[in-house]
Design a binder for this molecule. Structure first.
Ligand code: HEM
Length: 406
């Protein structure tokens, strides 16, 4: 404790530094956390995601004060109490609904940015894996939240998704009943999904976000050209005052100010949707209370799950489940399916560029078809799109093996 300053004023910078090493923490996490100069607005999406998650937590806490996790009261507590009786209850509900939908749009943009710029390679595999865990956790959070208003779609989507645990011809009906706590979705089902949604999964997400940030610290974020920057050298130049020559900027205050600018634009769009188009995030069928005796003619999940759903739906039960499983695992394995060591943007990677855009268009096609009834031409197109998706994995192995040889 040689450097301990007896005269430092309580809670002054020096006093806190002696006790908590706050200056070192500030440097490591902010003023000497180096970010490449050569990046565009797409690199602000991580912060946009973190901010949207913050909004989900805050609006969720307000909703929690009036929500009733009971199958006889849940629907009215949301659609009547919160929407009409509680002051500004409608605002918190719209914020929560819009944020839940937009968070997936931004997650997909963030993931596709990672794929386009090969940001899952050369020491960045753990960033990718922790990101994929976040994707699964957000999916579980969105699904459990969708159960809570206890409308028709909550009930029937809950029925269809829990039925998947029957595992096709393995007929694990015992497992399905164990998950539901009953033969069909009921009070036990609602209460356990409520617990998952408001407590367990948010805690997991918070832990995963911290882990995701930690995985970024050593390899640093990638840049638009996939250049292998010597961060120590670039940081030395910056600190010596050669800011123009240095290839990096500090996170705080330089990069953070750019993040805040993108966040500002995002929030304009966000609140435009909250006030004028909140209904885009809500299914009209879910404004009817759950009725276990009245199956809706067409059951589908929220838009962000449609691509996965359309990979499952066109095939018979068992192959459908296998295709669905492969689609989920494939994204996890991307850093190893891509055999090329080349870290470069897709437009500098020949065939990979075409592979990337086929992936994007195919996922859009699957999303559109997933909402349409599985009949006639829609069924045929759905089957073709699902097969294309499944072939994209082997195609990537081949393309990137070729790239490695060139
Ligand atoms: C949902 C919560 C998430 C949050 C809060 C988050 C946050 C961040 C932040 C702040 C960054 C650094 C800046 C940037 O590149 O935007 C980042 C980078 C990254 N994230 Fe996420 N992320 C999330 C989800 C995901 C998901 C689902 C994936 C995909 C599997 C992913 C993959 C990546 C990758 C590969 C990078 C590195 C980008 C690069 O090196 O250029 N993240 N994330």
């Amino acid at each position: 404790m040689a450097h301990f300053d007896e005269n430092a004023k309580p809670f002054s910078n020096r006093w806190l530094d002696d006790r908590l090493a706050i200056n070192t923490v500030k440097k490591v996490l902010s003023t000497e956390y180096w970010i490449p100069k050569n990046i565009n607005f797409l690199w602000a999406m991580g912060m946009v995601l973190a901010a949207t998650f913050g909004l989900l937590v805050v609006s969720g806490i307000f909703l929690l004060m009036y929500y009733k996790p009971d199958i006889n009261m849940a629907f009215d507590s949301v659609n009547y109490t919160i929407m009409t009786e509680v002051g500004y209850g409608w605002l918190w509900r719209h914020i929560h609904g819009v944020a839940a939908s937009l968070v997936f749009l931004i997650i997909y943009i963030h993931m596709l940015t990672g794929i386009y710029y090969s940001s899952y390679k050369r020491g960045r595999e753990m960033i990718w894996l922790s990101g994929m865990l976040l994707f699964i956790a957000f999916s579980a959070e969105a699904f459990s939240g969708y159960m809570l208003p206890w409308g028709q779609m909550s009930y029937w989507a809950g029925m269809v998704i829990t039925n998947l645990f029957e595992a096709g011809s393995l007929e694990l009906t015992g497992l399905v009943e164990w998950i539901r706590g009953d033969y069909v979705p009921g009070d036990a089902f609602l209460l356990r999904f409520f617990t998952l949604h408001v407590l367990l999964i948010p805690l997991v997400i918070m832990g995963l976000i911290v882990f995701h940030f930690a995985t970024l610290r050593i390899p640093h974020v990638n840049n638009q050209d996939g250049e292998d920057i010597d961060f120590d050298e670039a940081a030395r130049l910056y600190k010596e005052g050669n800011k123009k020559e240095s290839k990096v900027i500090p996170f705080n205050p330089v990069f953070l100010s750019k993040d805040v600018f993108v966040l500002g634009i995002y929030f304009i769009l966000f609140f435009y949707l909250v006030f004028y188009h909140f209904d885009f995030a809500m299914d009209p069928v879910n404004f009817d209370p759950a009725d276990g005796l009245k199956t809706p003619p067409h059951i589908y999940p929220e838009w962000y799950f449609l691509w996965s759903y359309e990979i499952l739906r066109p095939f018979p039960k068992d192959p459908g489940l296998i295709a669905f499983g492969i689609a989920q695992i494939a994204f996890f394995l991307l850093p190893w399916i891509d055999r090329s060591p080349n870290v470069a943007p897709a437009h500098k990677r020949g065939l990979f560029f075409w592979w990337f855009w086929i992936l994007v268009l195919d996922m859009i096609a699957l999303t559109v078809l997933g909402k349409l009834p599985p009949e006639g031409i829609y069924n045929t197109l759905g089957t073709i799109s699902a097969i294309i998706f499944l072939l994209l994995g082997p195609a990537l192995i081949l393309i990137t093996k070729l790239e490695k040889k060139l």
